[in-house]
Write a protein that binds this ligand. Structure first.
Ligand SMILES: [Zn+2]
Length: 372
């Protein structure tokens, strides 16, 4: 294993931070996997999964079982991890700029359409190499001066030429679930099965350029743009994995998740040896547009009537919102049929706050599909 330390620009005199990436295997073949943990730095389960994954990958490396390279970034966001304010961990947004650490990654597709215009030919494998090299070149730009922007560029650079990109997060409370591009639904399904995911949510574009899309979108969009005469393979499976809720941090869960991820890498041929049997699926892919986002109509204490993991139908009661001054009680019910897969961790909602998510098959929304 090679450890690489990447310096971030100083945010203030006398202060510097660095990102650490661990590189297992060797690039004697081109195969590459990229895995990062806790880009939203207050989503802790991913870091424990990375801890267990380190041991698994080190053992596989010692046995010579890693095909190509596997890059693991066990702490993807050292900036956010240091943002403890009055005892509260604030790891989702950069306190310097107010931006979400998982938004605003560079969409390389417009530049690639131009720069590749006369560089692709009839061979898919050759086109794949050309596109990867061009994407790496486009990210070889001077380091941004803002620390948060420099971190985003660094993460994207580490991942952009990988065959598999896993961005490990968690929700407030809920089941394991996976976000993927629509064209990757079938390729992501084995990972969803191994993780016991309760939802596999797919979208062509979810809006605001999250990390996973910045790596995965190149391939289907360039394939469509350049057409059949210059074939472009779907050469990167890039997904966001939500590892249950933020308090679901235990050795037992993290070991099982690390084993599921290692099993998926064996399934894809990145770790040599027999792939594991796939457990039965807990879900089929459903559109991200079909996620019902249940919101509190007024402020109030949340008293739940239903637990995540429940399959609901329209009219099924989810939660009472109890306004403690006037005594108004509103019972929120599902309006779509699907899996109740995530809910807020807080038990007091402000008016308009999203409190629950249900994965349904019927598209309900358009535009930007992710939350804040
Ligand atoms: Zn997250």
């Amino acid at each position: 294993m090679q450890e690489e330390r990447h310096s971030l620009p100083s945010i203030g005199s006398g202060t510097t931070r660095e990102l650490v990436s661990l590189h297992y295997g060797a690039r004697e073949t081109r195969a590459k996997v990229y895995i990062q943990a806790s880009l939203h730095a207050d989503e802790v389960p991913a870091m424990l999964v990375a801890y267990h994954l380190r041991a698994t990958l080190a053992a596989a490396e010692a046995r010579g079982e890693i095909a190509g390279e596997i890059v693991l970034v066990p702490v993807a966001n050292p900036i956010g991890l240091a943002q403890t304010v009055f005892g509260h961990a604030l790891g989702r947004f950069d306190l310097t700029t107010g931006t979400n650490f998982n938004r605003g990654y560079k969409n390389l597709v417009p530049e690639l359409k131009e720069s590749l215009a006369d560089k692709l030919g009839p061979g898919a494998a050759e086109n794949e190499r050309t596109i990867r090299a061009e994407a790496v070149r486009l990210l070889s730009v001077p380091e941004p001066r803002l620390e948060g922007d420099a971190l985003k560029l660094l993460l994207q650079r580490l991942a952009i030429d990988a065959d598999v990109v896993l961005d490990l997060h968690c929700d407030h409370e809920g089941l394991p679930h996976v976000y993927a591009g629509t064209h990757m639904a079938a390729a992501a399904a084995p990972l969803a099965r191994l993780l016991g995911a309760g939802a596999l949510l797919v979208a062509h574009e979810s809006g605001d350029d999250p990390f996973d899309e910045s790596c995965g979108r190149l391939w289907p969009e360039l394939a469509e743009h350049f057409g059949a005469a210059t074939p472009v393979p779907l050469a990167c499976l890039s997904v966001t994995v939500e590892l249950r809720g933020e308090r679901d941090v235990s050795h037992a869960l993290a070991r099982a998740d690390a084993q599921a991820i290692a099993g998926f890498l064996a399934h894809r041929g990145h770790v040599k040896g027999p792939p594991p049997d796939l457990p039965p699926p807990r879900c089929t892919a459903t559109p991200l547009q079909g996620v019902e986002r249940v919101k509190a109509p007024h402020p109030g204490v949340l008293a739940w009537r239903c637990e995540p993991g429940t399959k609901v139908r329209p009219g099924d009661e989810l939660v009472d919102v109890i306004e403690p001054l006037g005594g108004t009680v509103t019972t929120l019910a599902a309006t779509t049929e699907g899996m109740f897969f995530a809910r807020a961790a807080r038990r007091y909602a402000h008016g308009g706050m999203e409190v629950a998510r249900i994965a349904g098959a019927k598209p309900l929304r358009t535009g930007k599909l992710l939350g804040l």
